[in-house]
Design a protein around this ligand. Sequence first.
Ligand SMILES: [Zn+2]
Length: 139
Amino acid sequence: MSVSAELRLLLAERDKNRCAYCLTSEENCGLRMHVDHIKPETAGGKTTLANLCLACFSCNVHKGATQQRADPLTRETVFLFHPLRQNWNDHFCWDERRIKIIGLTPCGRATILTLQMNNSTVVKARHRWVSAGWHPPVL
Ligand SMILES: [Zn+2]
């Protein structure tokens, strides 16, 4: 995969410099977002704006080439969240402390599980971001 500087700039603007899955921002984590192929390249996903999104290192690495997963609640196998075709608020919400992401749908829960969106490292970081008033972002 090769993402041109121009494409990277368009992605940064569209995705507001944050992970399209867990909404972690570059400013909060201090790390450059990865570019994720929503449909993996190994499954024929193209390197185009319509198939790319920004993703944090953690979400990107845990997602890998996974496209589907069983919902831990209903055991229904579903496609993972598609940041461009689906609305984050339809599938996820924050817990009352705004630190953990809750899956509202089979897709949301399967995505949280696969991408480990509530891993202990990011949960500790979110606690600090909330204390500082930097999180969660307004969608
Ligand atoms: Zn993320």
